[in-house]
Design a protein around this ligand. Sequence first.
Ligand code: UFG
Length: 337
Amino acid sequence: MAILLPGGAGYIGSHTAIELLEAGKEIVIIDNFSNSNPRVLESIKKITGKDFKFYEIDYMHKEKLQKVFEENTIESVINFAGFKAVGESVQKPIEYYRNNISGALVLLDTMRKYGCKKFIFSSSATVYGEPERIPLTEDCKTGGTTNPYGTTKLFIEQILKDIYTSDNTWDICILRYFNPVGAHKSGRIGEEPQGIPNNLMPYIVRVASGQLKELSIFGDDYDTPDGTGVRDYIHVVDLAKGHLKALEKINKEGKGLYIYNLGTGTGYSVLDMVKAFEKTTGKKVNYKIAPRRLGDIATCYADPKKAKEELGWEATKTLEDMCQDSWNYMANQEYLT
Ligand code: UFG
């Protein structure tokens, strides 16, 4: 009985794969390396000392996906195979809707065909749009997403709700990630954005390493304590552990559709992040204040109480861990090259 991880070679997928293997679970990874590197698979094996089956396929390819279900007994699926770059999604809406939504439909249809009805979905705090209130609880209104990427998450959540309504023998868990950062403590796997990063932490790391000149802080006139945007940064290993708890929940509780925020419950501003990074790593992060970025909100952080009460999960890593581990990964890459 194996857990299938489409997109398991990616940033969050690979960290979750490690946690699953270390918990003694059997996994099967499928990935087409559209936003990941084959090297990651070897790193997962080195870190855990464990082996797993891998298929280099696109999860949208129905016949190839069916073969995976024919050749393995898949009991549950955690879907990481989504495109996730906000800016790119604005330029390439068809690609985003096709990969994220059509891909999810092929996957869910195939699962149904093989009687596999346990599904964990990587959603995002982006589904809350402009927050109804802070901290965000799972019952806050959703909608009003400002880019196709966010809209794919919103639509897939709706699709999952409709599937569950039509057939309540499914077990579905929707995990709304806040802002994942950091890397595995080994320094062997981490986030590898292609080209110039859009997200804050990968950008900070590249300024600190000298690859990029300076960070542009997008706006210092928000209604926040220091005027810069506030977010709920969560260590990717904490996030990965949340998936194990979600799996336990749907295996134990039986039928249901569950939604959880995976965040720390603490908001940090862009300037907080810069200062924490400098203090933790001793590296300088040059920055300038730039205009606000279109579509950004002032403040976004989670109320993580529901996940704590119902999953027994909470984030334990500190802001220093997030900064140090992000930096270690980068420093390790430089050392390796
Ligand atoms: N920021 C900068 N300069 C940069 C990059 C970011 O000032 O170069 C600021 C942003 O304005 C924002 C904060 O840093 O205030 C965080 O920005 P990110 O791009 O790292 O993250 P976002 O909160 O915009 O978006 C992230 C993910 C989305 C996800 C969302 C969920 O990228 O996929 O969190 O809340 F949907």
